[in-house]
Design a protein around this ligand. Structure first.
Ligand SMILES: Nc1ncnc2c1ncn2[C@@H]1O[C@H](COP(=O)(O)OP(=O)(O)OP(=O)(O)O)[C@@H](O)[C@H]1O
Length: 569
């Protein structure tokens, strides 16, 4: 769906715009009633009947305006909220189809900003700004026409004053475009920094860098306040310059009106009207300038929402992905996160169906990248990845991920109960199946000790659980999902001995099931029994074989092995 369709304004919005035009016209009628009243007084023709009629009309206009305003305002609110609801729902869906690689830390802020502040800003345009602008333009047009009918010379002055808005707005729009965009970019960075600071606050404090990180957040806040200041500094003089020119219309109107009165072309009432009413048109023009400038600024948000709506979606087709077996093949796969910085260089290997393949190698050699490509977080720049002989190229990530369970170093938990966090792996699972998965994942023990057991909330991102407990919950998820491919990042080195043993036991249980497993091992003892071990170095597979074969080669693996404790799982 294109952005134009998603952001399409509804009938209620147009209805509210129509009501705003009527309200502007009715507001203009007040001046005419005032004019009639003053004329009657000046001509000494005011009597009870005329007084009642004029007040009656004034009251009627007021009542009709009240109804129009209330209806228009309500329609505008409902209409605007309806459009932004559609946008939010669409964005929620869209995020699912954007390539997972786009959600890096720096882009997270942009997406949060678009889904929250930018959609809100667009809603403000629909619910308030557009209506106010239309109403005030109608009213100012009424005033100019009314004054022109009384004395065209003053009407012309007011018209010129109003038309001066055009070049003024052109200037202000240029500043808005330049500095408003910068302001928005800085705001996105700000959101990213705050998100990173809040989510990582425990780590920052633990490593004593809470203050340093806090300075980064404060710095980005200063940057935002600075750009806001620059933005205002650039726009305010334009508005002030316009106001000065615009308000010069007042003495000019009095002078021209006065000369009309002196030459007998205007009576006192007409003179008073052409001298006083321009005050309103000047005030209205200043408001229109402010509203249109703010409208232009809010339109930057609309542009950002449009960009996300039209963002390229992951290449996908509705082709089903149901490989008969689950052997995995990397065929000359190359990949780079940054241009000209290859991370994987023509990597080829086969992981046999229902066998354990271990990845070992130096830090930064590309082990996690292999799992990331297999999970379709990223797409290879060359080569092909096949599961069961079927290429995953062009297949929707979610379809491939249906066949894969992932136990990662970074376990993401939702702010929900333990039970619900595990159930995400298979929403149809019965409670007994969840408990069984937890037993195998070695987490039944610590969960049962909790006062609320499986109904204990884990806190935001599981911050009420220890690292080892979180890892075991992630293993329970993988057991419950029971998919034919398991990607495992063994990261027990950072755990205390009790947790390490518990996690290793859970992994052992996980490996009992017949699955194709690719496991990153940070300790070699854990891979001794693997059917195949791939040794990575600098983005290439430098050795390949089982434990015994690799020891015989007396190469990198054998060196690493002799340097490590021999504790097998
Ligand atoms: N999102 C990313 N953007 C840019 N570069 C990245 C990204 N993720 C990883 N890299 C870089 O790619 C290279 C391979 O990283 P990868 O995480 O695959 O290594 P690894 O072998 O799993 O390392 P470790 O054992 O330390 O986890 C590293 O140089 C790393 O800095």
């Amino acid at each position: 769906m294109k952005a134009r369709e998603v952001m399409k304004k509804n009938k209620k919005f147009y209805l509210s715009i129509g009501f705003n035009v009527i309200e502007g016209i009715l507001s203009g009628c007040n001046f005419m009633i005032l004019y009639r009243t003053m004329q009657a007084l000046w001509e000494d023709s005011m009597n009870v009947k005329k007084l009642v009629t004029l007040t009656g009309i004034l009251l009627l206009v007021f009542l009709v305006r009240l109804v129009i305003f209330t209806t228009g305002y309500t329609q505008g609110q409902i209409g605007g909220a309806g459009v932004s609801k559609n946008i939010r729902i669409f964005l929620g869906d869209k995020m699912k189809n954007i390539s997972l690689s786009r959600f890096s830390q720096s882009q997270t802020g942009e997406y949060i900003n678009v889904a929250t502040a930018d959609v809100n800003n667009y809603e403000t345009i629909l619910t308030h700004r557009a209506g106010d602008i239309v109403k005030n333009i109608t009213l100012v047009t009424m005033v100019i026409v009314f004054i022109s009918v009384i004395f065209w010379n003053v009407g012309l002055v007011l018209l010129i004053g109003s038309l001066l808005l055009i070049p003024t707005l052109w200037l202000s729009f240029r500043s808005v475009k330049k500095y408003g965009n910068k302001k928005n970019q800085i705001l996105s960075d700000n959101v990213s920094n705050i998100t990173e600071y809040i989510t990582g606050i425990q780590t920052f404090r633990a490593y004593g860098i809470g203050g340093t990180k806090n300075k980064t957040v404060i710095k980005s806040m200063y940057a935002y306040s600075d750009i806001s200041y620059v933005y205002e500094k650039m726009v305010i003089p334009i508005g002030t310059g316009y106001s000065i020119l615009e308000w010069l219309c007042l003495p000019l109107a009095i002078m021209i009106g006065g000369s009309g009165w002196l030459t007998g072309n205007l009576n006192v009432v007409d003179f008073l009207m052409v001298s006083i009413i321009p005050v309103f048109s000047c005030k209205l023009n200043s408001t229109i300038f402010v509203d249109l400038t703010s409208y232009k600024n809010l339109m930057i948000s609309k542009f950002h929402v449009t960009q996300v709506i039209d963002e390229k979606e992951e290449e996908k087709n509705e082709r089903p992905f149901s490989p008969a077996s689950h052997d995995i093949e990397f065929d000359h796969v190359s990949f780079a996160y940054q241009e000209n910085e290859p991370v994987l260089k023509e990597v080829s290997f086969k992981a046999e169906n229902q066998k354990l393949t271990a990845l070992i190698g130096d830090s930064g050699s590309g082990k996690s990248t292999i799992l990331n490509l297999l999970s379709k977080y990223y797409e290879p720049i060359a080569g092909d990845i096949k599961i069961g002989g079927v290429s995953t190229k062009g297949i929707h990530a979610e379809k491939v991920l249906e066949h894969i369970s992932m136990v990662d170093q970074e376990v993401f938990l939702f702010n929900d109960t333990i039970k619900n966090n595990i159930r995400y792996a298979r929403p149809s699972a019965a409670d007994t199946e969840i408990i069984e998965a937890c037993r195998l994942a070695n987490c039944d023990g610590f969960i049962s000790k909790m006062e609320k057991g499986y109904d204990t909330p884990v806190g935001e991102n599981g911050n009420q659980l220890s690292g080892g407990e979180r890892q075991r919950i992630s293993i329970a998820r993988a057991i419950l999902k029971d998919s034919p491919v398991l990607l495992l990042d063994e990261a027990t080195a950072s755990l205390d001995i009790e947790n390490e043993l518990a996690v290793k036991e859970a992994i052992r249980n996980l490996l009992k099931a017949k699955k194709t497993v690719i496991m990153i091992a940070h300790t070699l003892s854990i891979v001794q029994k693997a059917n195949q071990i791939l040794v990575l170095s600098n983005g290439k597979i430098v050795e390949q074989g089982n434990h015994e074969e690799l020891l015989c080669k007396k190469g990198k693996y054998s060196l690493m092995w002799s340097a490590e404790e021999k504790i097998a799982i």
